[in-house]
Write a protein that binds this ligand. Structure first.
Ligand code: SAM
Length: 225
């Protein structure tokens, strides 16, 4: 059984024959998708051989060697020219790293129509890259697992989208839905920023630039809640 986060990621994979899971670790997502017949074939890729070996073992145990291939390599560059994948999942990494993987994988991305991304932070950076590189955000999810809140972004190749600063930060779909987890995340962020402001204002030497930035962030969050 997948964790809530991985299940939410897997649920966004629909209508494709083949996918790659970049930084797959245990290959839980590709194994689930093939077993559920949501995809016919998959590739589990890893930059380091330790996790790749775990993937290989798990895939073998499930007798899925013929449907799930493994690849050692950096991001999407691990793909070979005859690997035809329709969708890439990149999950459980920082937003900057995910953006770097997309940047470095632009040749491979030309034939990949859909993306499902789960950045652990810096979601705005990922959204910015997507919407300036011909991907349109089609669905977003925000979920609570344990003490952590995760955002998952699904995108389709299309045209560039102009997003406002608020849409980049809060998520164009998430800010329309404003579900309970979304409210919890931003309520918590508001408190955190208010505490930060208080500390900045009590410091011996006032950092006005920082104070202005935190104030602006607070106003932005108050505007959405
Ligand atoms: N995707 C899984 C998930 O969401 O549960 C595993 C997340 S795990 C925290 C991050 C994995 O990404 C690690 O196994 C790491 O080796 C791999 N990774 C980091 N940078 C990578 C890159 N540039 N290309 C491929 N894999 C990478």
């Amino acid at each position: 059984k997948l964790s809530r986060r991985l299940q939410a990621i897997a649920d966004l994979v629909t209508g494709v024959d083949s996918m790659i899971d970049v930084g797959s670790d245990h290959a839980f997502v590709p194994i689930y998708l093939v077993q559920q017949q949501k995809v016919q074939t998959a590739i589990a890729s890893e930059v380091s051989s330790g996790p790749l070996n775990i993937s290989k073992k798990d895939i073998h145990q499930e007798h899925l060697d013929s449907q799930i291939k493994t690849r050692l390599g950096d991001g999407l560059t691990a793909l070979k020219t005859d690997d035809q994948v329709d969708l890439a999942v990149v999950a459980g990494m920082g937003g900057q790293l995910i953006t770097d993987i997309l940047k470095k994988g632009q040749v491979q991305l030309q034939t990949i129509d859909q993306l499902v991304l789960e950045p652990n932070n810096d979601e705005a950076c990922v959204r910015k890259w997507l919407t300036t590189h011909q991907y349109q955000i089609t669905q977003e999810k925000i979920i609570l697992e344990g003490k952590h809140i995760y955002e998952i972004i699904a995108a389709k190749r299309g045209r560039n989208e102009q997003l406002t600063n608020e849409q980049l930060i809060f998520g164009p779909k998430l800010m329309l839905e404003k579900n309970a987890v979304f409210m919890q995340k931003w309520q918590w962020q508001l408190t955190r920023n208010q505490q930060m402001l208080q500390q900045l204002q009590q410091a011996k030497i006032l950092d006005q630039t920082k104070i202005a930035a935190v104030n602006e962030r607070i106003k932005l969050i108050e505007g959405i809640l």
